[in-house]
Design a protein around this ligand. Sequence first.
Ligand code: SF4
Length: 439
Amino acid sequence: MIDSKTSEETGVGNYFISNYPQYSFWKPDLVNHVHDVLNSSCPSDPLPLGIYFHIPFCRKRCHFCYFRVYTDKKASEIKAYIDSGIKEIEKYGSTPYLKGRKPKFIYFGGGTPSYLSVSQLTDLTERMKAVFPWDEAEEVAFECEPGTLTEKKLDAIRKLGVTRLSLGVENFDDHILEINGRAHRSMEIKRAYDYARNIGFPQINIDLIAGMIDETEENWKDCVKQAIALEPECVTIYQMEIPYNTTIYKEMQESGKLTAPVADWPTKRRWVSEAFDMFVEAGYTVTSAYTVVKDPEKVKFVYRDALWGGADMLGTGVASFGHIGGVHVQNEHDIGTYLKRVTDNEFPIYRAYPINDDETIIREFILQLKLGKVDLSYFKNKFDVDLSSKFSSTLNQLRDRNFLTFDETTIEMTRDGLLQVDWLLHEFFLNEHQNARYA
Ligand code: SF4
């Protein structure tokens, strides 16, 4: 099973593992577990808290996008959405479990948060802060599409308290951006990046995708060179995947194709590996299967590390995911249903899953494996479990195949293992979660 997919062409399906157990196990009839947590009193030493707010609007739908995004909403509809989001946050803020808590991190994701106007963003954030003050937040992260950014908007975003600005660059070539359905072009990347740098965001991240439609060896190297020349604090590189529910998949279906019109997995892995080498040569450090950072001592990603360490995260807005008191939560994914439930003064939760002790250990372990290195003493101290014994057979098997090394203190992925870590994580799933649908 371990490398059954490694020589394959890119077919349809999810590669990236963002949670465990898979979303297909989360159910509407388990939502009562979320209510039990919210009605319980907050522990005296609570978990770190984060708030995610989802903004589902985009200028245009990218051909590889599998999110529920809306490209046709008027200002009045966006206002109604923000009002609902605030009402949802206020409802959470009055529960015994969350009342009075201050978030350690905030994340604006989408969709395209930077699609909102300055006045919409100011309205949203001021009202959020009135419920959950941000004065103790270590990080406020904000995703942007370069073509939506003006100097005035970036200035306002910085003044809201955003510390980590993430630019969805994906590629620097106009033909590749266009053929993959991106709304922005290379001129807009340069302009937005220069504005953001001048304004003084503490951390700028650039997202790239290896293996978009029409990507070539030369262009990929050029993309990496251009990213290095910008000197961002952090670069995130994804390998192109084609989930169901994408325009590319629909076109594959119509033409009866099983293979997506993008590079195969070995090529994408090689491209990411070559990019890692180029970044390392430029002084960056590889800090996960997807990230390189300029200075690992200074450049942290609080949202990711807190979440992968079991923090509470309140997921708000349509279709958003959260994790509260050991229960996975997902909101309604249709905007009409979401708005109606908030108007009816309900929590707009669609499905949930309370994770048991074993699943909690596996979840944190597999997510932390994506960082390339796992400190086994963390699991010993937190869960009183010795992972090298618990998973000895799988670990030995993966070591024999050169995907990782381990001793009694540390598990470390090799470069080859790290580049395909999401395939390998399935090996640690419980039997009942093997071969299940992901979404
Ligand atoms: S910008 Fe992001 S969320 Fe919006 S359509 Fe493109 S991939 Fe999807």
